[in-house]
Every structure is written in C-alpha cells, then in structure tokens.
Design a protein. Structure first.
Length: 325
C-alpha cells in the first residue's frame, strides 16, 4: 500500500500544480478493520466523525478523529439485510442526520473468460436491476457523540421512470450512459443528487433537487463538466465542490470543479456562469476517485477528503483546494 499511496500523492501534486489550486495532498490514516476497503465510494465528515461507505455491501463505517491524528473505527451501521447490496454511492450531512443514496441504476453483466461463448453472449444480453440499490436513506446522527438512529428510506425509481428526460435512460446500463446516481449534497434544506450518467447533448449533466419528505416536488437543474459525469459533490458556502469522472469506464482524468449551484441552461435574460475546473486528482496506477468529503472551508480554501477505489488497498487522502473568487 505504501508505494501505491506515495505514487498517488505525487501524481495529484503534479497534476494539481498546473493550476496551483490543489496542494498539500496527504494520506489519511484509517485504523480498524474496515469493510469494503477496496470499494470505497462514499465519504462524509460530520464534526469529529468520518463516515465511509462502499459500493459493494450494505454498511456504513463510522470513524472518530484521534487526538494524535488519523481516524479510528468506532462502529459499523447495517443499512440492509445481509444478502442485499445497497450500492452506497454518496453520503451527505444534513441537520442532525445523514443521507445515503444508492445508484438507482441498471447494469449489464460482466463477461467471464472461463465460460463458453454462448453463455457469455447470454450474459451480454442480460440487463440486471436490483431493488436494494434504489434507496435513499435518512438516519438521525449526533455529530457530538457519533450515535445513530433508525434509518428510513425512500425509492426514487418511480419518479425517475416517469420523468420525461431521465426516464428513457433508466433502463440503459450504467457505464453505457444510462442513469446512475453517484453524487449528493445537502444545501439550503434540499438534497442535490448528481448523475454520472446520462451526460446529455452539449455536455449537460442533470441534478435532481428536492426535499427528502417531498420527493414528488423535485426540480432538475444542469451543470457542464467538460463532458464528464458527477462522481460526488459537497456543498460550499457559495455553491458546490464537484468531483467528476468519465461516464463509461474510460481512462480520462478525474477532476475537481467549483460550481455556484445555479442552473446552467441558457436563455434570454439569464447570465450563466460556467463551472470552474480546479485541477485533476487522477493517479498513475489507475485508482478511481469515487468519494468527496469536506473537512472545513476557511478564507477561500476548502480542505477536502477524496477516497479512491483500487485493486490493491484502500486509499484516502486530504488536500487543500483554493476556490475561485
């Protein structure tokens, strides 16, 4: 893990140095028997607690900040039955609560070289939907003690299916520009759900905005991220910090953007401000930047946490990001 993490840090510093917006990239020490360490996809910070989730499984892992530095596993929270995969993609912090969202996606089965051509052809034709992935959870959370209450959840698939823009993409598999929720932020008492796919004509990425208790009253807004989709997002004082990445499993870079939160669809009388690309957070080993959290924001600088999915070991780093004026 050591060499891989060193490569990760040096790569980010070099890439971020081009814009001088990303700096002070450092490893985060995680202690305890972490589950789904190779598939981290969601992260959030609430007080002295770091909350992690994986896109395989059904658990939240809650770590407490150590006085001497680093974080130590305090408890594991079960969101679903043992055999259910909730596909945790993003975690957001609200007033005295946490929100956790699954992808709500369909997927095409992988090819397996040890099978016959006939069986792999059948797998290629098969598109799978798992209801346990179609959940948005809210659970009480005390950021002083780390205590959690009972989670409740809603299913957004009906809303998505009926939406005239998003509905046609619901049955298309993820990584093929199908519908795939991967980011979430809580701002001004509303949830912003960001999509990895679809990315629409002229590079518009949709976001679904609503109150948890009133999902029928949702609105769609749009942001442009250079043709990439949203991998995660966190609210800032004046907008959002967004982690973007390729829609289909390409080797494009993963990037950080600052977006003011305003709908970017153009029109008469509207002054659209484009999102600002701050730098890349890609790695030479191909680790995928999957989750984004916010430690603090002070004097135009955001101290962020990025978690990576790798084939070798869990990687979590902090970095300082200079925000645009």
């Amino acid at each position: 893990m050591g060499n891989t993490l060193i490569d990760t840090l040096s790569s980010i510093e070099r890439a971020g140095g081009k814009s001088e917006a990303i700096r002070d990239v450092r490893p985060i020490e995680l202690n305890g028997e972490l589950d789904a360490g190779l598939d981290l996809s969601g992260v959030a910070v609430a007080g002295d607690f770091l909350i992690l989730g994986g896109d395989l499984g059904h658990r939240l892992q809650i770590l407490r900040r150590k006085p001497e530095g680093g974080w130590s596993l305090q408890q594991v929270l079960i969101l679903a039955e043992q055999d259910q995969d909730t596909d945790i993609e993003s975690i957001a912090v609200g007033p005295d609560c946490l929100y956790v969202v699954g992808s709500h996606c369909h997927r095409r089965r992988r090819m397996r070289p040890e099978l016959s051509v006939r069986k792999n052809r059948q797998r290629l034709y098969e598109i799978v939907s798992e209801p346990s992935r179609n959940r948005l959870y809210r659970l009480p959370f005390d950021s002083e003690t780390g205590e959690c209450g009972k989670a409740v959840h809603i299913d957004l698939s009906k809303r998505l299916r009926k939406d005239p823009l998003l509905g046609p993409f619901l049955g298309i598999p993820r990584r093929e520009n199908g519908l795939d929720i991967q980011g979430m932020g809580f701002h001004d008492n509303r949830l912003y759900l960001g999509f990895r796919g679809p990315v629409l004509r002229e590079k518009y990425v949709p976001l679904m905005v609503f109150e948890f208790d009133r999902p029928k009253k949702y609105e769609l807004c749009f942001v442009r991220l250079g043709g990439q989709g949203i991998r995660d997002m966190v609210p800032l004082r004046n907008g959002f910090l967004i982690l973007s990445g390729p829609v289909m499993g390409a080797t494009e870079p993963f990037c950080l953007w600052c977006w003011d939160g305003a709908d970017q669809l153009p029109g008469k009388g509207r002054d659209v401000r484009e999102a600002v690309m701050l730098g890349t957070v890609s790695t030479p080993g191909g680790a995928k930047a999957e989750g984004l959290g916010l430690l603090r924001e002070t004097d135009g600088v955001a101290e962020a946490v990025v978690v990576y999915e790798t084939n070798t070991a869990a990687q979590t780093v902090s970095m300082r990001v200079t925000l645009p004026d």
